[in-house]
Ligand binder design. Structure first.
Ligand code: F6R
Length: 608
């Protein structure tokens, strides 16, 4: 979960690399470093902390002249964030420098072997072995040397490499960690993700597993690990460069919350043909949809919470039993997948290591996997048998908002499609649901525009110690996500409970003034949730309730009420999440937290 950038061309490399790294800081930001060949030597500068420290240290790259270089922004895995552990890593004579995203799993054996041969290690990282191996196996031919090394390392990697002996060539290789290559006139780039290079070029090549690329200022050559040249097609990136920038908002998170009406529309509309739901990318015939016996949803974090909503919606509408698993559990619990089961993995980044492993585990057992993915060309998107994209565009804030909303929409569409084909919901009801779906973007916009009330309320709670979120059914699923949003960015301890579960222990934590957020959008469960509100009120809780317009009787029990516009009961999470996201955001802003980059977190969790 680090970001790498490299450049070779006719311009100064360091400012381009620093600029690219700044756009990849969501991948890691505990330290950063850059290596540039200055015409004589490879010069390396590293620093601990945010990228701006490195920018200041190098005067925006001015102290590092040269037209070829590599850079890295780190999220520590092996070895604490420190200057020596920051990348690039290098050999003793600094004739080779390496940046790496991923994990070298056999680095301890390799390190021991290299130590016996006299190599000295200065860092605690797994990556440093790669630099010394490139030195040890160096044949004078960089491609051959890299291939030799790659045959000996195990694990995941996107690597960028420069050799002082070949100052007009930059090399990169990929296995199980994302890597793209960009090209423009008189310059080529490598990067972990597209936003890093979007202001320079839209012509991009996605590196596949076990591929190496040689970049020169005006040419690219791709190879497999056997050093055989391969041909690759470029793609033209269509996104607006501004989509990867903050666009006037104080934080990426706020901007991304405001993009939700568009995200929902973009995810919905391509699947409506003449008012019929068509999900071509499912790659399933009606007959196959009818025969699904069970669905396994596997994901992590917020994507798991979206999956939890998906379980209620798929079971409720299509009457298909759904099992939901955290990917980190699924992959190791020897799951029982029976004939007729369908596996869905959900991931914004498409790079989450556990989710990817769950996908592979399912495929190894002979099951096709549907990926609900946001990042086009990501590992999960490429490896899943079928992909349903969420079309949320690049999400930069570490805490997901718009991608989560898009995942909900994808799951509603799937549930409705299955329900239609299986005849579990009448055509009439489905038509009404479609109309409700189409209203969601405007309703979300309306809730976003009423943010002041939430903002004022949030300001009262910036000193809170513990916050509880409760709800039943679908409202429990949204409580999980509301609670995660609050805690991950504001660092306030918060937990979500199925409202009926409180009295089995947790209610003892409620004391005078404890904030309890109660979500009560399910009419058939409304009275039950109100009873739970009364119970916590009796123990001194202050209750913020989120419910549907018209449920004014809740005001007798709750202290502060947020009303949601009317929609189908299966879609209420798409509305209820808006005030909960805003609440978490404004509490975090009020506390002065680094909203877009909460401590200890990274956007893309590419290690388990
Ligand atoms: C929380 C958040 C994470 C991710 C999780 C899975 O705001 O963003 O919990 O949802 O790390 O990531 P993806 O969806 O990229 O697989």
């Amino acid at each position: 979960m680090c970001g790498i950038v490299g450049y070779i061309g006719t311009e100064q490399a360091a400012p381009i690399i620093l600029d690219g790294l700044a756009r990849l800081e969501y991948r890691g930001y505990d330290s950063a470093g850059i290596a540039v060949y200055n015409g004589q030597d490879i010069q390396i500068t590293k620093s601990v902390g945010r990228l701006k420290v490195l920018e200041e240290l190098t005067h925006g790259g001015a102290t590092m002249p040269g037209c070829i270089g590599i850079g890295h922004t780190r999220w520590a895995t092996h070895g604490a964030p420190s200057q020596v552990n920051a990348h690039p890593h290098f050999n003793k004579e600094i004739t080779v420098a390496v940046v790496h995203n991923g994990i070298i799993e056999n680095y301890i054996q390799l390190r021991n072997r290299l130590s016996k041969r006299g190599y000295e290690f200065v860092s605690e990282t797994d990556t440093e072995v790669v630099a010394h191996m490139l030195d040890y196996y160096y044949t004078g031919d960089p491609l051959e040397t890299i291939a030799k090394v790659l045959h000996r390392i195990e694990g995941s990697y996107a690597l960028g490499v420069i050799f002082a002996s070949h100052p007009d060539e930059l090399f990169a290789a990929r296995k199980d960690s994302p890597l793209i290559v960009g090209q423009k006139e008189n310059g080529c780039f490598i990067a972990s993700d597209v936003p890093a290079i979007l202001r320079y070029t839209r012509k991009v090549y996605y590196m596949e597993n076990q591929e190496i690329v040689r970049l020169k200022k005006d040419s690219l050559n791709f190879y497999n690990f056997d050093e055989e040249e391969i041909s690759k097609e470029s793609v033209t990136i269509e996104w607006d460069a501004n989509a990867a920038e903050k666009g006037g908002y104080e934080h990426f998170m706020l901007k991304e919350m405001y993009e939700q009406p568009k995200t929902v529309t973009d995810t919905l509309l391509p699947r409506f043909k003449d008012n019929k739901i068509e999900i071509e990318e499912l790659g399933m015939t009606d007959e196959e949809m009818k025969e699904i016996k069970k669905i396994h949803i596997v994901a992590c974090g917020s994507a798991y919470h979206a999956g939890m909503t998906g379980k209620y919606v798929l079971e409720g509408l299509a009457r298909i039993p759904v099992e939901i698993d955290l990917a980190s559990e699924f992959r190791y619990r020897n799951p029982i997948l029976e004939e007729g089961a369908m596996v869905m993995v959900i991931s914004q980044s498409g790079e989450t290591a556990d989710t990817l492993a769950a996908l592979r585990e399912s495929q190894e057992r002979g099951f096709k996997v549907l990926g609900i993915v946001n990042v086009v060309g990501s590992s999960i998107a490429r490896e899943a048998d079928n992909v349903m994209y969420t079309w949320a565009g690049p999400e930069i804030a570490v805490a997901t908002t718009k991608a989560y909303s898009a995942q909900l929409i994808a799951l509603y569409l799937l549930a409705m499609k299955f329900a239609e084909v299986r005849g579990t919901v009448s055509a009439e009801v489905l038509e009404e649901m479609k109309e409700d779906l189409k209203k969601l973007p405007d309703q979300i916009e309306m809730l976003l525009n009423n943010k002041e009330r939430i903002q004022r309320f949030a300001n009262r709670y910036i000193g809170a110690k513990d916050v509880f979120f409760i709800g039943r059914g679908i409202d429990y699923a949204i409580s999980l996500e509301g609670s995660l949003k609050l805690k991950e960015i504001s660092y306030i301890h918060s937990e979500a409970y199925a409202a009926g579960e409180l009295k089995h222990g947790t209610i003892s934590l409620i004391e005078e003034g404890t904030l309890v957020t109660a979500v009560a959008t399910q009419q058939d469960l409304f009275a039950k949730t109100v009873s739970n509100i009364v119970e916590v009120k009796a123990r001194g809780a202050f209750v913020l309730a989120v419910t549907n317009e018209g449920n004014t009787e809740i005001e007798k029990a709750a202290d502060y009420v947020i009303y949601l516009p009317q929609t189908n009961s299966y879609f209420t999470n798409s509305l209820a999440i808006i005030p909960l996201q805003l609440f978490g955001y404004y509490v975090a802003v009020g506390k002065g937290c680094d909203v877009d980059k909460p401590r200890n977190l990274a956007k893309s969790v590419t290690v388990e």
